[in-house]
Design a protein around this ligand. Structure first.
Ligand code: SF4
Length: 233
């Protein structure tokens, strides 16, 4: 299956060099400080109309040395009120899924494609996605540089694999740009569809072995020819 990473535009050689250098001399304090700087920008962001309807923006939570990153769609009602991702029923399911592989939130970084709640939990609009991902999610991914990214739901998947169907590619890992990508159904969707819930539980169980495999992936060299690109970059 072809990998096409569309939404974030292509990773430039300079970005590759920057990330490789970061890996070599990574200073976790400065990474954490930079991630908090991004979070501060998100909290006061007015770059798209979603800022007009939000209670508060939801930058994302988790350790900045996490090897595993989860990307959902957008904050919902509870996330908008509390300022943290995956609160409420979907968040409880995510916690249960993590527990099924002996992990918890303290080990993973969790965020969304867009950082402000769309009114009525509608899908984010293309310009909202473009604005938010180019300003924030792309930077968060580059800074965190996780070994593996779990794409929770159709919307998250589409940022990296446009034109694909989550029903066809969920549970199928893909390697690109020196890391592992793993699409899954969104926990909120799984709560409403028992068949998807079973798929989510089974897909989650694949993560520990895939994460170990992802840690052995050799990052691309700065002067290496551009590989197949994911949308986000
Ligand atoms: S959704 Fe993203 S781009 Fe839009 S206002 Fe919120 S933080 Fe800014």
């Amino acid at each position: 299956m072809e990998c096409v990473f569309a939404v974030f535009g292509q990773i430039t050689v300079m970005e590759r060099q920057g990330r490789t250098m970061t890996e070599a001399v990574r200073d976790q304090d400065s990474v954490a400080a930079e991630m908090e700087q991004i979070a501060e920008e998100i909290r006061v962001c007015t770059k798209c109309d979603l800022c007009k309807m939000r209670t508060q923006a939801v930058p994302g939570d988790g350790p900045t040395d996490a090897a595993l990153m989860f990307i959902g769609e957008a904050p919902g009602f509870h996330e908008d009120r509390q300022g943290h991702p995956f609160i409420g029923a979907a968040g409880k399911l995510l916690d249960d899924l993590l527990a099924s592989i002996d992990m918890d939130r303290s080990q993973v970084f969790v965020t969304n494609v867009v950082k402000c709640r769309p009114p009525g939990n509608r899908d984010p609009l293309p310009d909202e996605v473009q604005t938010c991902t180019s300003n924030y999610l792309k930077r968060q991914v580059a800074l965190l540089n996780p070994r593996m990214i779990v794409l929770l739901g159709r919307f998250s998947m589409e940022q990296f694999f446009p034109g694909e169907k989550i029903s066809k590619i969920h549970g199928q890992p893909r390697q690109a740009d020196g890391r592992m990508y793993f699409p899954m159904y969104h926990p909120a969707a799984a709560l409403h569809q028992p068949r998807w819930l079973e798929d989510v539980k089974l897909d989650m169980l694949k993560i520990p072995a895939l994460l170990e495999e992802a840690k052995r992936i050799t990052p691309p060299e700065p002067d290496e020819p551009e590989p197949e690109q994911l949308s986000l970059f």
